[in-house]
Write a protein that binds this ligand. Sequence first.
Ligand code: ADP
Length: 404
Amino acid sequence: MDTILVVNAGSSSVKFQVFVVEGEGRLLRMIKGQVEGIGSRPRLRANGAGGDPMADRAYPIEAIPDVPAAMSVAGEWLRSEVRVNPLAVGHRVVHGGPDYERPVLVDHGVVSRLERFVALAPLHQPHNLAPIRSILANFPTVPQVACFDTAFHRTHGPLADHYAIPHQLHAEGVRRYGFHGLSYEYISRSLPQIAPDIAKRRVIVAHLGSGASMCAMKDGLSVESTMGFTALDGLPMGTRPGQLDPGVVLYLISEKGMAAAKVQEFLYRDCGLKGLSGVSNDMRELEASTDPQARLAVDYFAYRVGLNAGMLAAALQGLDAFVFTAGIGENSSGIRARVAEQLRWLGVTLDEAENARHSSLISGKNSLIPVYVIPTDEELMIAQHTLSLLMNGHSRNTRHKRVS
Ligand code: ADP
Protein backbone atom coordinates (compact mmCIF):
# COMPACT_ATOMS: atom_id res chain seq x y z
CA MET A 1 0.00 0.00 0.00
CA ASP A 2 1.47 3.36 -1.07
CA THR A 3 0.98 6.14 1.46
CA ILE A 4 1.87 9.78 2.04
CA LEU A 5 2.49 11.05 5.58
CA VAL A 6 1.54 14.67 6.31
CA VAL A 7 3.14 16.37 9.32
CA ASN A 8 2.10 19.63 10.98
CA ALA A 9 4.45 20.33 13.89
CA GLY A 10 3.86 23.05 16.47
CA SER A 11 5.51 23.96 19.77
CA SER A 12 3.60 21.47 21.92
CA SER A 13 2.10 19.04 19.41
CA VAL A 14 2.91 17.14 16.23
CA LYS A 15 -0.22 16.46 14.16
CA PHE A 16 -0.03 13.85 11.44
CA GLN A 17 -2.25 12.28 8.80
CA VAL A 18 -1.73 9.33 6.49
CA PHE A 19 -3.21 9.23 2.99
CA VAL A 20 -3.38 6.15 0.78
CA VAL A 21 -2.39 6.75 -2.83
CA GLU A 22 -5.01 5.21 -5.07
CA GLY A 23 -5.19 4.93 -8.87
CA GLU A 24 -4.60 8.09 -10.93
CA GLY A 25 -3.07 9.90 -7.99
CA ARG A 26 -6.26 10.00 -5.91
CA LEU A 27 -5.66 10.30 -2.16
CA LEU A 28 -7.78 8.70 0.54
CA ARG A 29 -7.40 9.72 4.18
CA MET A 30 -6.53 6.71 6.35
CA ILE A 31 -5.26 7.95 9.73
CA LYS A 32 -5.46 11.21 11.67
CA GLY A 33 -3.35 11.53 14.80
CA GLN A 34 -1.24 13.69 17.03
CA VAL A 35 1.34 13.62 19.75
CA GLU A 36 0.24 16.36 22.13
CA GLY A 37 1.52 17.67 25.46
CA ILE A 38 5.18 17.59 24.34
CA GLY A 39 7.36 18.46 27.34
CA SER A 40 4.38 18.40 29.74
CA ARG A 41 1.97 15.43 29.50
CA PRO A 42 2.82 13.63 26.26
CA ARG A 43 0.07 11.59 24.67
CA LEU A 44 -0.27 9.81 21.33
CA ARG A 45 -3.77 9.67 19.92
CA ALA A 46 -4.83 8.43 16.51
CA ASN A 47 -8.08 7.64 14.74
CA GLY A 48 -8.97 5.91 11.51
CA ALA A 49 -10.74 7.63 8.62
CA GLY A 50 -14.18 7.01 10.15
CA GLY A 51 -13.10 8.37 13.55
CA ASP A 52 -12.53 4.85 14.96
CA PRO A 53 -9.87 4.99 17.72
CA MET A 54 -6.51 3.41 16.83
CA ALA A 55 -4.29 4.60 19.68
CA ASP A 56 -4.50 6.60 22.91
CA ARG A 57 -1.35 6.37 25.02
CA ALA A 58 0.22 8.53 27.71
CA TYR A 59 4.02 8.77 28.02
CA PRO A 60 6.30 10.01 30.81
CA ILE A 61 7.49 13.57 30.25
CA GLU A 62 11.12 12.47 29.71
CA ALA A 63 10.07 10.04 26.94
CA ILE A 64 8.88 12.90 24.69
CA PRO A 65 10.71 16.09 25.72
CA ASP A 66 10.67 17.74 22.26
CA VAL A 67 9.35 17.69 18.68
CA PRO A 68 11.97 15.24 17.27
CA ALA A 69 11.12 12.77 20.06
CA ALA A 70 7.41 13.15 19.28
CA MET A 71 8.13 12.54 15.60
CA SER A 72 10.08 9.40 16.39
CA VAL A 73 7.31 8.02 18.66
CA ALA A 74 4.67 8.68 15.97
CA GLY A 75 6.95 7.23 13.28
CA GLU A 76 7.68 4.10 15.31
CA TRP A 77 3.95 3.55 15.94
CA LEU A 78 3.17 3.99 12.24
CA ARG A 79 5.96 1.65 11.10
CA SER A 80 5.80 -1.18 13.60
CA GLU A 81 2.15 -1.26 14.60
CA VAL A 82 0.22 0.09 11.62
CA ARG A 83 2.80 -1.07 9.05
CA VAL A 84 2.85 2.28 7.30
CA ASN A 85 6.07 3.09 5.44
CA PRO A 86 5.28 6.29 3.58
CA LEU A 87 6.50 6.91 0.05
CA ALA A 88 7.12 10.49 1.08
CA VAL A 89 6.45 12.99 3.88
CA GLY A 90 4.79 16.38 3.34
CA HIS A 91 5.31 19.08 5.96
CA ARG A 92 3.43 22.24 6.75
CA VAL A 93 6.02 25.01 7.04
CA VAL A 94 4.70 28.40 8.02
CA HIS A 95 7.28 30.54 6.24
CA GLY A 96 8.78 30.23 2.79
CA GLY A 97 10.02 33.82 3.03
CA PRO A 98 10.37 35.71 -0.23
CA ASP A 99 12.08 32.68 -1.82
CA TYR A 100 9.43 30.02 -2.16
CA GLU A 101 6.32 30.50 -4.23
CA ARG A 102 5.48 26.79 -4.35
CA PRO A 103 6.21 23.61 -2.36
CA VAL A 104 9.71 22.21 -2.63
CA LEU A 105 11.47 18.86 -2.25
CA VAL A 106 13.67 19.17 0.80
CA ASP A 107 17.41 18.59 1.04
CA HIS A 108 20.03 19.97 3.43
CA GLY A 109 20.41 23.13 1.31
CA VAL A 110 16.66 23.82 1.46
CA VAL A 111 16.67 23.33 5.25
CA SER A 112 19.50 25.87 5.57
CA ARG A 113 17.56 28.38 3.47
CA LEU A 114 14.41 27.81 5.53
CA GLU A 115 16.39 28.33 8.74
CA ARG A 116 16.97 31.92 7.60
CA PHE A 117 13.23 32.52 8.05
CA VAL A 118 13.20 31.49 11.71
CA ALA A 119 13.55 35.19 12.54
CA LEU A 120 10.36 35.87 10.54
CA ALA A 121 8.32 33.24 12.45
CA PRO A 122 10.21 32.41 15.65
CA LEU A 123 7.27 30.64 17.30
CA HIS A 124 6.50 28.31 14.41
CA GLN A 125 9.37 27.86 11.95
CA PRO A 126 11.80 26.05 14.31
CA HIS A 127 9.11 23.50 15.22
CA ASN A 128 8.16 23.01 11.57
CA LEU A 129 11.82 22.35 10.67
CA ALA A 130 12.58 19.99 13.58
CA PRO A 131 10.80 16.89 12.16
CA ILE A 132 12.22 17.60 8.69
CA ARG A 133 15.73 17.55 10.15
CA SER A 134 15.12 14.41 12.17
CA ILE A 135 13.70 12.51 9.17
CA LEU A 136 16.64 13.72 7.03
CA ALA A 137 19.03 12.35 9.65
CA ASN A 138 17.27 9.02 10.29
CA PHE A 139 15.64 8.24 6.94
CA PRO A 140 17.72 10.14 4.37
CA THR A 141 16.20 8.31 1.41
CA VAL A 142 12.57 9.21 2.21
CA PRO A 143 11.59 12.20 0.04
CA GLN A 144 10.25 15.16 2.02
CA VAL A 145 8.27 18.11 0.73
CA ALA A 146 7.88 21.47 2.47
CA CYS A 147 4.54 23.24 1.83
CA PHE A 148 4.36 26.87 2.88
CA ASP A 149 1.56 28.96 4.35
CA THR A 150 3.02 31.97 2.57
CA ALA A 151 3.48 30.49 -0.93
CA PHE A 152 -0.05 31.06 -2.27
CA HIS A 153 0.30 34.78 -1.61
CA ARG A 154 3.51 35.24 -3.60
CA THR A 155 1.33 36.39 -6.52
CA HIS A 156 0.75 39.71 -4.68
CA GLY A 157 1.79 42.79 -6.57
CA PRO A 158 4.21 45.32 -5.03
CA LEU A 159 1.42 47.45 -3.54
CA ALA A 160 0.12 44.49 -1.51
CA ASP A 161 3.61 43.26 -0.66
CA HIS A 162 5.04 46.45 0.88
CA TYR A 163 4.84 48.39 4.11
CA ALA A 164 5.57 52.12 3.96
CA ILE A 165 9.02 51.67 5.46
CA PRO A 166 12.51 52.14 3.99
CA HIS A 167 13.30 49.75 1.16
CA GLN A 168 16.20 48.11 2.98
CA LEU A 169 13.79 46.46 5.42
CA HIS A 170 11.68 45.11 2.55
CA ALA A 171 14.86 43.71 0.99
CA GLU A 172 15.66 42.02 4.32
CA GLY A 173 12.26 40.33 4.24
CA VAL A 174 9.97 42.71 6.15
CA ARG A 175 7.03 42.27 3.78
CA ARG A 176 3.32 41.60 3.82
CA TYR A 177 3.46 37.85 3.24
CA GLY A 178 -0.01 36.63 4.21
CA PHE A 179 -0.68 33.18 5.72
CA HIS A 180 -3.23 30.31 5.63
CA GLY A 181 -2.12 29.88 2.01
CA LEU A 182 -2.67 26.10 1.94
CA SER A 183 -6.28 26.63 2.98
CA TYR A 184 -6.82 29.32 0.33
CA GLU A 185 -5.18 27.18 -2.31
CA TYR A 186 -7.50 24.30 -1.44
CA ILE A 187 -10.53 26.61 -1.76
CA SER A 188 -9.20 28.05 -5.01
CA ARG A 189 -8.87 24.52 -6.43
CA SER A 190 -12.33 23.49 -5.17
CA LEU A 191 -14.20 26.49 -6.58
CA PRO A 192 -14.24 25.37 -10.24
CA GLN A 193 -16.21 22.25 -9.19
CA ILE A 194 -18.43 23.94 -6.59
CA ALA A 195 -19.10 27.25 -8.28
CA PRO A 196 -17.61 27.33 -11.80
CA ASP A 197 -19.31 30.66 -12.61
CA ILE A 198 -17.35 32.59 -10.01
CA ALA A 199 -14.14 30.53 -9.67
CA LYS A 200 -12.18 32.89 -11.92
CA ARG A 201 -13.84 36.08 -10.70
CA ARG A 202 -13.45 38.35 -7.66
CA VAL A 203 -13.80 36.27 -4.50
CA ILE A 204 -13.18 36.96 -0.81
CA VAL A 205 -12.38 33.85 1.23
CA ALA A 206 -12.72 34.16 5.02
CA HIS A 207 -10.64 31.53 6.83
CA LEU A 208 -12.16 31.88 10.31
CA GLY A 209 -10.59 29.43 12.77
CA SER A 210 -8.61 29.95 15.96
CA GLY A 211 -6.25 31.72 13.58
CA ALA A 212 -8.23 33.88 11.17
CA SER A 213 -7.53 35.80 8.00
CA MET A 214 -9.15 36.73 4.71
CA CYS A 215 -7.86 36.54 1.18
CA ALA A 216 -8.91 38.47 -1.91
CA MET A 217 -8.71 36.21 -4.98
CA LYS A 218 -8.95 37.09 -8.62
CA ASP A 219 -8.69 34.41 -11.29
CA GLY A 220 -8.06 31.88 -8.50
CA LEU A 221 -4.93 33.72 -7.34
CA SER A 222 -4.29 35.74 -4.18
CA VAL A 223 -4.11 39.49 -4.75
CA GLU A 224 -4.42 40.72 -1.13
CA SER A 225 -4.57 39.34 2.41
CA THR A 226 -5.50 40.70 5.83
CA MET A 227 -2.33 39.16 7.30
CA GLY A 228 1.09 40.63 6.74
CA PHE A 229 4.61 40.12 8.07
CA THR A 230 3.41 37.74 10.79
CA ALA A 231 0.21 35.88 11.57
CA LEU A 232 -0.65 38.60 14.13
CA ASP A 233 -2.17 41.12 11.74
CA GLY A 234 -5.66 41.51 10.33
CA LEU A 235 -8.69 39.92 11.98
CA PRO A 236 -9.03 39.33 15.73
CA MET A 237 -8.30 35.67 16.51
CA GLY A 238 -8.66 33.27 19.43
CA THR A 239 -5.72 34.74 21.32
CA ARG A 240 -4.17 37.25 18.85
CA PRO A 241 -5.43 40.83 18.52
CA GLY A 242 -5.35 41.27 14.76
CA GLN A 243 -4.77 44.80 13.49
CA LEU A 244 -3.20 46.92 16.20
CA ASP A 245 -1.66 50.37 16.09
CA PRO A 246 2.12 49.79 16.49
CA GLY A 247 1.88 52.59 19.07
CA VAL A 248 0.20 50.10 21.41
CA VAL A 249 3.34 47.95 21.29
CA LEU A 250 5.48 51.03 22.05
CA TYR A 251 3.19 51.79 24.99
CA LEU A 252 3.57 48.25 26.35
CA ILE A 253 7.35 48.61 26.18
CA SER A 254 7.80 52.17 27.42
CA GLU A 255 4.94 52.52 29.91
CA LYS A 256 4.45 48.93 31.05
CA GLY A 257 8.13 48.00 30.99
CA MET A 258 7.47 44.83 29.03
CA ALA A 259 10.47 43.12 27.41
CA ALA A 260 10.24 41.91 23.81
CA ALA A 261 9.63 38.28 24.83
CA LYS A 262 6.82 39.34 27.15
CA VAL A 263 5.18 41.46 24.45
CA GLN A 264 5.42 38.53 22.05
CA GLU A 265 3.82 36.16 24.55
CA PHE A 266 1.09 38.73 25.24
CA LEU A 267 0.27 39.32 21.56
CA TYR A 268 0.20 35.62 20.63
CA ARG A 269 -1.49 34.21 23.73
CA ASP A 270 -3.44 36.77 25.76
CA CYS A 271 -5.26 39.00 23.28
CA GLY A 272 -7.95 38.44 20.65
CA LEU A 273 -11.29 36.92 21.68
CA LYS A 274 -9.72 35.67 24.91
CA GLY A 275 -8.31 39.05 25.94
CA LEU A 276 -11.33 41.09 24.87
CA SER A 277 -13.94 38.80 26.42
CA GLY A 278 -12.01 37.72 29.49
CA VAL A 279 -14.12 34.56 29.09
CA SER A 280 -12.67 32.27 26.41
CA ASN A 281 -10.80 32.05 23.13
CA ASP A 282 -13.37 29.56 21.83
CA MET A 283 -16.14 31.01 19.71
CA ARG A 284 -18.57 28.27 20.83
CA GLU A 285 -18.26 29.38 24.45
CA LEU A 286 -18.54 33.05 23.54
CA GLU A 287 -21.68 32.52 21.48
CA ALA A 288 -23.25 30.56 24.35
CA SER A 289 -22.28 33.15 26.98
CA THR A 290 -24.52 35.93 28.29
CA ASP A 291 -21.52 37.87 29.64
CA PRO A 292 -21.54 41.40 28.10
CA GLN A 293 -17.78 41.21 27.40
CA ALA A 294 -18.28 37.91 25.55
CA ARG A 295 -20.99 39.58 23.46
CA LEU A 296 -18.66 42.48 22.75
CA ALA A 297 -15.99 40.03 21.55
CA VAL A 298 -18.45 38.29 19.19
CA ASP A 299 -19.72 41.65 17.86
CA TYR A 300 -16.14 42.87 17.43
CA PHE A 301 -15.19 39.74 15.48
CA ALA A 302 -18.11 40.08 13.03
CA TYR A 303 -17.53 43.83 12.72
CA ARG A 304 -13.86 43.40 11.87
CA VAL A 305 -14.61 40.66 9.31
CA GLY A 306 -17.03 43.11 7.67
CA LEU A 307 -14.54 45.98 7.84
CA ASN A 308 -11.79 43.89 6.27
CA ALA A 309 -14.18 42.61 3.61
CA GLY A 310 -14.67 46.23 2.59
CA MET A 311 -10.91 46.65 2.28
CA LEU A 312 -10.53 43.48 0.20
CA ALA A 313 -13.49 44.39 -2.02
CA ALA A 314 -11.69 47.67 -2.72
CA ALA A 315 -8.52 45.74 -3.60
CA LEU A 316 -10.60 43.64 -6.02
CA GLN A 317 -12.55 46.67 -7.28
CA GLY A 318 -15.78 44.77 -6.71
CA LEU A 319 -16.97 41.44 -5.43
CA ASP A 320 -18.51 38.39 -7.14
CA ALA A 321 -18.61 35.87 -4.27
CA PHE A 322 -17.86 35.43 -0.57
CA VAL A 323 -16.67 32.12 0.94
CA PHE A 324 -16.60 31.03 4.60
CA THR A 325 -14.18 28.32 5.71
CA ALA A 326 -12.29 26.85 8.76
CA GLY A 327 -13.66 26.01 12.24
CA ILE A 328 -15.83 29.07 12.82
CA GLY A 329 -16.63 29.71 9.15
CA GLU A 330 -17.74 26.12 8.53
CA ASN A 331 -19.62 25.53 11.80
CA SER A 332 -21.07 28.74 13.19
CA SER A 333 -24.29 29.76 11.43
CA GLY A 334 -24.57 32.57 14.00
CA ILE A 335 -21.27 34.18 13.05
CA ARG A 336 -22.03 33.76 9.34
CA ALA A 337 -25.35 35.53 9.86
CA ARG A 338 -23.66 38.39 11.74
CA VAL A 339 -20.99 38.76 9.07
CA ALA A 340 -23.67 38.74 6.35
CA GLU A 341 -25.38 41.55 8.26
CA GLN A 342 -22.12 43.54 8.01
CA LEU A 343 -22.09 42.88 4.25
CA ARG A 344 -25.69 43.97 3.67
CA TRP A 345 -24.54 47.24 2.11
CA LEU A 346 -22.98 45.10 -0.66
CA GLY A 347 -26.37 43.50 -1.34
CA VAL A 348 -25.66 40.28 0.59
CA THR A 349 -28.60 38.36 2.04
CA LEU A 350 -28.63 34.88 3.56
CA ASP A 351 -31.10 32.03 3.25
CA GLU A 352 -31.62 31.27 6.95
CA ALA A 353 -32.56 27.63 6.43
CA GLU A 354 -29.57 26.92 4.15
CA ASN A 355 -27.30 28.74 6.59
CA ALA A 356 -28.61 26.69 9.52
CA ARG A 357 -28.00 23.50 7.47
CA HIS A 358 -24.40 24.61 6.70
CA SER A 359 -25.23 24.16 3.01
CA SER A 360 -22.66 24.91 0.38
CA LEU A 361 -24.62 27.91 -0.99
CA ILE A 362 -26.19 29.91 1.85
CA SER A 363 -27.08 33.25 0.22
CA GLY A 364 -30.69 34.26 -0.36
CA LYS A 365 -32.23 34.07 -3.84
CA ASN A 366 -32.12 37.84 -4.22
CA SER A 367 -28.60 38.25 -2.82
CA LEU A 368 -26.45 40.33 -5.18
CA ILE A 369 -23.42 38.27 -4.13
CA PRO A 370 -23.47 34.48 -3.66
CA VAL A 371 -22.15 33.30 -0.30
CA TYR A 372 -20.64 29.82 0.09
CA VAL A 373 -19.49 27.55 2.91
CA ILE A 374 -16.60 25.36 1.76
CA PRO A 375 -14.83 23.09 4.26
CA THR A 376 -11.09 23.49 3.89
CA ASP A 377 -8.54 20.64 3.89
CA GLU A 378 -4.98 21.88 4.31
CA GLU A 379 -3.63 18.37 4.95
CA LEU A 380 -5.07 17.02 1.70
CA MET A 381 -3.48 19.99 -0.08
CA ILE A 382 -0.10 19.07 1.44
CA ALA A 383 -0.55 15.41 0.47
CA GLN A 384 -1.44 16.40 -3.10
CA HIS A 385 1.61 18.68 -3.39
CA THR A 386 3.83 15.95 -1.95
CA LEU A 387 2.56 13.35 -4.38
CA SER A 388 2.81 15.66 -7.35
CA LEU A 389 6.42 16.66 -6.52
CA LEU A 390 7.24 13.00 -6.02
CA MET A 391 5.86 12.16 -9.46
CA ASN A 392 7.39 15.18 -11.19
CA GLY A 393 10.82 14.57 -9.70
CA HIS A 394 13.48 16.91 -8.51
CA SER A 395 13.52 19.27 -11.48
CA ARG A 396 11.24 21.75 -9.70
CA ASN A 397 13.56 21.89 -6.74
CA THR A 398 15.46 24.80 -8.22
CA ARG A 399 12.37 26.88 -8.95
CA HIS A 400 12.56 29.24 -6.04
CA LYS A 401 13.24 32.93 -6.32
CA ARG A 402 16.34 34.58 -4.93
CA VAL A 403 16.05 36.95 -2.03
CA SER A 404 16.57 40.41 -3.47
P1 ADP B 1 -7.16 25.92 13.94
O1 ADP B 1 -7.00 24.88 12.85
O2 ADP B 1 -6.63 27.27 13.61
O3 ADP B 1 -6.84 25.45 15.32
P2 ADP B 1 -9.97 25.57 13.40
O4 ADP B 1 -10.14 25.95 11.99
O5 ADP B 1 -10.08 24.12 13.76
O6 ADP B 1 -8.70 26.24 14.03
O7 ADP B 1 -11.07 26.37 14.25
C1 ADP B 1 -11.12 26.21 15.63
C2 ADP B 1 -12.13 27.16 16.18
O8 ADP B 1 -13.40 26.99 15.52
C3 ADP B 1 -12.42 26.87 17.65
O9 ADP B 1 -11.59 27.63 18.46
C4 ADP B 1 -13.85 27.30 17.79
O10 ADP B 1 -13.84 28.61 18.32
C5 ADP B 1 -14.42 27.36 16.41
N1 ADP B 1 -15.57 26.47 16.24
C6 ADP B 1 -15.59 25.15 15.96
N2 ADP B 1 -16.86 24.70 15.90
C7 ADP B 1 -17.66 25.76 16.14
C8 ADP B 1 -19.08 25.96 16.23
N3 ADP B 1 -19.94 24.97 16.05
N4 ADP B 1 -19.52 27.20 16.50
C9 ADP B 1 -18.66 28.21 16.71
N5 ADP B 1 -17.34 28.10 16.63
C10 ADP B 1 -16.83 26.89 16.36
